[in-house]
Design a protein around this ligand. Sequence first.
Ligand SMILES: Cc1cc2nc3c(=O)[nH]c(=O)nc-3n(C[C@H](O)[C@H](O)[C@H](O)COP(=O)(O)O)c2cc1C
Length: 184
Amino acid sequence: MPRPADVPIPDSPQYPYPIITDYCEIVCGFGRGSSELGIPTANVQFNELPDAIENLPLGVFFGFAQLAESGPGDVKNCQRPDGTRVHFNFGQRLAESDLNVLPVVLSIGLNPFYHNKAKTVELHIMHEFKHDFYGAKVKFSILGYIRPELDYTTREALIDDIHTDIDIAKSVLSKPQYAKHSSF
Ligand SMILES: Cc1cc2nc3c(=O)[nH]c(=O)nc-3n(C[C@H](O)[C@H](O)[C@H](O)COP(=O)(O)O)c2cc1C
């Protein structure tokens, strides 16, 4: 059953998709994706992305992503507003299966539920990772749009919607017209 805000997804990617990025660095987000939502996301910075991404509407998208180690980099840590320190391992603990092209859902926007001040690009890569990979590189494609970003009255409602986004993305990306974009 489509949700009221869902946008119909065409049978194959339509302009401006596919949008394909170069490898960009995974930076430190606020960390709530893992800790509060149980849905970890990798953040990348706009200045490393094609202009076409800047012009997209805010909301939820799907595509494919591929990680790569980026080491050995400078020892780098980042401190979150809550004081937590994040260790950058530059992807050096990624396993071979983590380096395959993997399906991804992306959130591009202001995360109204959390009242962010600046627009972020966050990727939830649909794969079980054993270790985190701050400082690694990620290259990704955007193949389509699922819905605008929304505000929620409860965290559970946000989590439910993200799980629905994940189900939609998995189902669309498995169709031949989308799956054929799984090599860069
Ligand atoms: C697929 C997906 C959909 C999302 N949709 C929304 C949304 O509609 N509204 C919203 O406020 N945040 C949305 N988010 C963003 C989450 O709120 C975000 O991942 C969370 O703030 C964690 O960010 P942080 O790790 O930088 O703290 C979405 C995230 C993902 C991965």
